[in-house]
Design a protein around this ligand. Structure first.
Ligand SMILES: [Zn+2]
Length: 92
């Protein structure tokens, strides 16, 4: 079986975590955290492209390190009522 046939049978190769190298499992795939962007001028990484995939465990590790260092907390808890409250709210 050549490479092309094998891929057709097995599907595309799994996403692999950039940090720990683990192939994505079920929850990693559900989460599917990725940063895929080109870096413009003004950084020492000018004109590089970043393709970062993190498994759930590594995402937690990175956020545990990053978030406490942020002046403005970038984290927001998901709120299912977001958006509905304002449009349906009646002042009274
Ligand atoms: Zn990982």
């Amino acid at each position: 079986m050549d490479q092309k046939e094998r891929r057709a049978v097995q599907g595309p190769p799994p996403t692999v975590c950039s940090l720990c190298g683990k192939p994505f499992g079920f929850w990693d795939t559900v989460q599917n955290f990725a940063v895929d962007d080109y870096i413009g001028y003004g950084s020492q990484y000018d004109l590089c492209r970043i393709r970062l995939h993190l498994c759930c465990r590594c995402l937690d590790r990175v956020l545990d390190w990053l978030v406490p260092q942020c002046v403005n907390n970038p984290m927001e808890e998901f709120d299912e009522s977001d958006g509905e409250e304002e449009s349906e709210r009646e002042d009274g």
